[in-house]
Ligand binder design. Sequence first.
Ligand code: BJW
Ligand code: ZN
Length: 255
Amino acid sequence: MILLNDNRAIQILKKARRFVVLTGAGVSAESGIPTFRGEEGLWEKLSPEELASFEAFYNNTGIVSEWYQHRRDIIHNTEPNPGHFALTELQKLAPNFDLITQNVDGLHQRAGSRDVIELHGNIMENYCINCNLQYSQEEFDEIYRHNPNHIPHCYCGGLIRPNVVWFGEALPEKSIEKAYQASMQSDVFLSIGTSAQVSPASNLPRIAKQNNSYLIEINKTSTAISDIVDIHLEGLSGEILPMFVNDYRLLLNDK
Ligand code: BJW
Ligand code: ZN
């Protein structure tokens, strides 16, 4: 046992039936994808609050579209890291498991995780704000490449936007509903690599806790929820998660 030396934690993890994991940008940081907040999160001196809104897209379509295309390029050239793979492993070991992500990069799926609940959409999908026509990434790339101003237009003349959730927009109804249900019913809730500053995702660990779930946080610093968690494991998720899952496997064999 490398990480888990707390007797209460060991007893709870042994008995736990329902695991829920909430991930944020920190989980993909070790794959080389920048997080949102902090110095590294700034793009052209703009914060995510200034870029990730419909208003920003509408008024500065070129800059915002270029930011998304730049991030897609990064994602194309990255691979899931040991943290993503450890969660895929945990899904196989745990009696019941839900993975909720705020990430739009699809890396959990590429690592083999199944039934991932995406709260903020997926950056590789696009649609027209006028007629709702969906564009695959290949179709979008083609339109974007032939457009020197980086302002992608649909055949109908409408703007094409990424299928992500911006500030002030509602989250996909089925995803957030599933996430609330799973969190309420969880025995163990892991919050990993998220600053827990953006609602409604940041409500999920609190709701879990109110329903007597055991709250574990994995983060390289303390966050907005660190004061309510039962255990805070400080460090990189790509290093801590593989150790955590190994310890859990040992606990299961130890019954
Ligand atoms: C590591 C690590 C390593 C690093 N290992 N750890 C006041 C005014 C206006 C609005 C509001 C307000 N108060 C609340 C709101 C609501 C608003 C909100 O929460 N705003 C806050 C910023 C204040 N929320 C919304 O608007 C949401 N919608 C909504 O509420 O709708 C209401 C509604 C209902 C009905 C009808 C209509 C409306 C929508 C939120 C959408 C968020 N969208 C974004 C962009 C997605 C698209 C894109 O990718 O571009 O989602 S913003 C951005 O933040 C992105 C992320 O998913 C999200 C969360 O960020 P995350 O993942 O936590 O990343 P970071 O960077 O913050 O943190 C990284 C963490 O990792 C850090 O803690 C590091 O320490 C750690 N770390 N490396 C472990 N290796
Ligand atoms: Zn259209």
